[in-house]
Design a protein around this ligand. Structure first.
Ligand SMILES: C[S@@+](CC[C@H](N)C(=O)[O-])C[C@H]1O[C@@H](n2cnc3c(N)ncnc32)[C@H](O)[C@@H]1O
Length: 267
């Protein structure tokens, strides 16, 4: 899987934090509110976006949480430590998530991940959930892309581009064997967690982007155009027209990108 840069993660963070469903975030914090403190393991932690999102709603409680951040990118973990090492108890673990048996999940109260499970395969989810279930750990999976992208003003190629993009989202992204879950991530997590007798709660957490988010929207347009350029039978000239039109409207139009958050707690 290709790397995620600090600048890209920073660019999307305010939209991510605004989008996160606050009812589920508070429910996750209540689950972490244990008499002797709690251990949160954040998978694919990046620079610590989950830590910031939860801390913003619970500045006092964050001191009673051990934040175990797991990522294969040492530069992102270093940045998380630089930003928060003086104010929180952080354990940084440079691990490849694909090796689920080796992940440092021991003692975890809750495992979290944001913007990650749509990159994962069924096999990754099944192996991870088997470990979590065995040790009675909860799961908080935020910001899973759900397949919706709606633009204003509309363009005649929007539907065809979205269908191609969602197909591309289901191709293997390297996090587990085979196809990525893409837009099916939350539904699959829900089924598997329910089968393991977890209590599962799901809420929508869409990006609602407007003129203030023009830089993020431009990156999104470029990323979508790149993803669908080859292999999806879109006419190159029509796609270029779509991209040019979208970029021209990035600072004045709107874009809604659907996501869902899921909290699964053992009963
Ligand atoms: C979309 S980013 C999300 C980062 C962070 N959770 C956030 O919301 O800002 C995906 C993260 O997963 C990490 N990642 C992707 N594949 C991984 C793997 N196989 N092993 C460990 N980390 C991985 C990336 O380095 C990146 O930090």
């Amino acid at each position: 899987m290709s790397g995620f840069s600090i600048s890209w993660l920073d660019l999307r963070e305010s939209a991510d934090h605004a989008a996160r469903d606050k009812t589920l975030t508070h429910a996750a914090l209540r689950f972490l509110d244990k008499p002797h403190g709690a251990l949160l393991v954040d998978l694919g932690a990046g620079t610590g976006s989950t830590l910031r999102a939860l801390s913003a709603l619970a500045p006092v409680q964050r001191a009673y949480i051990v934040w175990r951040l797991v990522d294969h990118d040492g530069a992102l973990l270093d940045e998380a430590l630089r930003r928060h090492g003086n104010e929180c108890v952080i354990e940084d673990h440079q691990n490849d998530l694909r090796h689920v048996a080796e992940l440092p999940l021991g003692g975890a109260t809750l495992v979290s991940a944001s913007a990650l499970f749509d990159l994962a395969s069924r096999d990754f989810v099944d192996t991870l959930l088997a470990r979590l279930h065995k040790q009675g750990t909860g799961l908080y999976a935020a910001l899973n892309y759900d397949g919706r992208t709606e633009w204003t003003p509309a363009h005649p190629l929007d539907d065809a581009v979205l269908q191609a993009f969602n197909k591309d989202q289901r191709t293997g992204k390297g996090l587990g064997e085979g196809a990525a879950l893409g837009p099916d991530a939350t539904g699959y997590l829900q089924r598997q967690c329910t089968a393991l007798d977890y209590a599962v709660h799901i809420e929508d957490s869409p990006w609602v982007l407007g003129p203030d988010d023009a830089a993020l929207v431009r990156e999104l347009i470029a990323g979508i155009a790149r993803a669908v350029a080859v292999g999806y039978d879109l006419d190159a000239e029509a796609l270029l027209h779509w991209k040019t039109f979208r970029l021209a409207n990035a600072a004045t139009g709107t874009c809604v990108v659907g996501h869902q958050d899921l909290l699964a707690v053992p009963v």
